[in-house]
Design a protein around this ligand. Structure first.
Ligand SMILES: Cc1cc2nc3c(=O)[nH]c(=O)nc-3n(C[C@H](O)[C@H](O)[C@H](O)COP(=O)(O)OP(=O)(O)OC[C@H]3O[C@@H](n4cnc5c(N)ncnc54)[C@H](O)[C@@H]3O)c2cc1C
Length: 515
């Protein structure tokens, strides 16, 4: 281990481009013991992984940066577990698993993110509808507390009793109060500290964004086999039509899982892009570049990831698709999928990438990814050419699917009433979308933030969560959304947790809430 801090210049910004990043230096531990030693010697530290944070949470504000980039070992692997150091990227972990036929389902879209980063933000992938977020896949953690205590935590070993945890630390016994707020019951949540009466200590550190301890090592549960899946692109004529087919697909998928029906429809993810997003793809030529045509009048496009029974061949898939509407169609997931689309008058316009057609699958994924890329580029251009104060202004909210249509109306009304150009895309199967401002002036950013706070109030009123997967970080609007969700009392309860484990406020100060 090098004990001398290196120049922090390459570590002063995360993917949120949060302004003002500065640091005392950067240290590169190789083990939990190194992290403990470092924490004992510095007054303030910010753990960082790949710095792909979209909230400024991985932007240093004068702390010593503790980068996990040299902690990239796979420590061990069994059939359904993998233990890795915190700096290993999701892509590298997935590659390691693929070699053994295994798979880590909750991987976020950005696979350059580190294992420690996805745990610390409770990241969620597109397939949350089937597999959940990172949290339930974490079996064990090695965490280093601010005073250098190394905790080796295994799920189900330590649970809260009478609203507290009691821990032995280097500084003596510590009582950690469990907050009393009730978390919204939604598919994904990255909104401050996890809390419920008999919670597991492992869960306290998941989603804590580096404020309670530095994650050094993680044991994840993994799937022993990767599923076979296929993608379908479905252009819809209205948001109502899109929502109806999403609800029907989810309903069918839940039935399939309940009955373990091998011929049933089994969707893992449904992504959506709105009309403005489709227009952006056309303006940027991303539709042509990926050989995709959206019919005139397409208001929403859905990208459905459908899982198929292992071993489904292209010929079988062809057979099911080709004869789905005939009386002697073979029963199977694709037959039923086509029949469902036909009932929603969508079969004619749907394109299915056949299982194994990697090129077409990649093109359909590229279409989805071209939307945020196009919007981010527009934000960058506006910042350069119109006003340097312009920044990405976007929400990341989740509501129960029953309230999704109503929430979409809230987003649209809020932006339109303020004359803001915007695009909305996301993970419709989780009720989680990203409404984004396409700024034409700094004023759009200011009014966009005001709209997002309004959305947050509506999301909470509809039983949702205004912070779904990216966390809170240093972003002041996100910190305000967290306050809207749990009130000042909830933030005080989080502060009490922080004070118990980190009385000197050493770790990631200013992240999630101000001191
Ligand atoms: C193009 C793109 C796509 C994205 N897609 C998704 C998506 O699909 N789903 C999703 O959930 N997110 C997504 N994100 C956001 C981001 O990738 C996630 O938040 C990710 O989990 C961050 O991992 P990281 O290694 O980059 O962590 P960093 O950005 O380095 O850190 C994030 C936070 O975690 C803390 N932290 C990092 N490592 C540790 C550690 N070892 N111990 C304690 N604290 C630590 C940091 O202090 C910081 O607060 C996306 C980002 C980009 C740029």
């Amino acid at each position: 281990m090098s004990t001398e801090p290196a120049s922090p210049d390459a570590f002063l910004e995360d993917a949120a481009h949060y302004p003002g990043g500065h640091a005392r230096g950067v240290l590169f531990p190789r083990s939990a013991a190194d992290i403990a030693d470092m924490l004992r010697r510095v007054p303030a530290a910010l753990p960082v992984g790949a710095q792909s944070s979209l909230t400024g949470g991985a932007t240093p504000m004068g702390e010593m940066i503790i980068s996990t980039s040299k902690m990239t070992e796979v420590v061990s692997r069994s059939a359904d577990r993998i233990t890795v150091q915190a700096g290993l990227t999701v892509a590298a972990m997935q590659e390691h698993l693929t070699a053994a036929g295994a798979w880590f389902p909750p991987a976020p879209t950005f696979t350059g993110a580190s294992a420690g980063g996805i745990v610390s933000t409770n990241a969620a992938g597109a397939a949350t509808f089937k597999y959940g977020s990172t949290r339930p896949w974490v079996e064990a953690l090695i965490v280093v507390l601010a005073d250098g205590t190394i905790l080796d935590l295994h799920r189900r070993d330590v649970t809260a009793h009478a609203g507290t945890f009691t821990l032995d630390t280097r500084s003596g016994p510590v009582t950690v109060p469990v907050p009393s707020y009730v978390m919204p019951d939604v598919a994904k949540r990255s909104a401050g500290y996890h809390a419920h009466s008999n919670m597991d200590l492992v869960d306290l550190f998941i989603g804590a964004e580096g404020t309670l301890g530095v994650v050094a090592q993680i044991t994840f549960r993994v799937m022993t086999t990767a599923p076979q899946s296929t993608l379908a692109l479905i252009p819809c004529r209205s948001e109502r039509q899109a929502l109806d087919v999403v609800i029907a697909l989810q309903h069918a998928s839940l039935q399939t899982r309940q009955a373990a029906d091998p011929a049933g429809i089994d969707t893992a993810a449904i992504e959506n892009i709105d009309e403005r997003s489709i227009q952006i793809l056309r303006e940027d030529g991303a539709d042509k570049a990926n050989d995709v045509t959206f019919p005139e009048g397409s208001r929403v496009a859905l990208l459905v990831q459908l899982e198929l029974p292992a071993g489904t061949s292209s010929a079988q898939a062809y057979d099911q698709i080709g004869s789905a509407l005939t009386p002697d169609a073979p029963d199977g997931a694709l037959t039923r999928f086509c029949q469902l689309l036909e009932r929603h008058s969508l079969l004619d316009v749907t394109e299915l990438a056949l299982p194994g057609d990697r090129r077409r699958t990649d093109q359909l994924i590229a279409i989805r990814e071209a939307v945020p890329a196009g919007v981010n580029r527009r934000v960058g251009v506006a910042k350069r050419e119109i006003d340097p104060r312009i920044e990405k202004t976007a929400a990341d909210m989740v509501v129960p699917l029953e309230a999704f249509g109503e929430m979409m109306d809230v987003y649209r009304r809020g932006f339109q009433a303020r004359g803001i150009d915007y695009a909305i895309w996301g993970h419709i199967s989780d009720g989680n979308v990203h409404p984004n401002v396409i700024p034409r002036s700094y004023d759009d950013v200011v009014r966009g933030k005001e709209a997002i706070l309004e959305f947050g109030r509506a999301a909470v009123a509809l039983g949702g969560c205004p912070l779904a997967e990216h966390g809170v970080g240093r972003n002041l609007v996100k910190q305000a959304l967290l306050r809207q969700l749990y009130g000042d009392a909830g933030i005080s309860e989080m502060r009490a947790v922080k004070r118990a484990l980190d009385p000197e406020w050493k770790l990631a100060p200013g992240v999630i809430f101000p001191r």
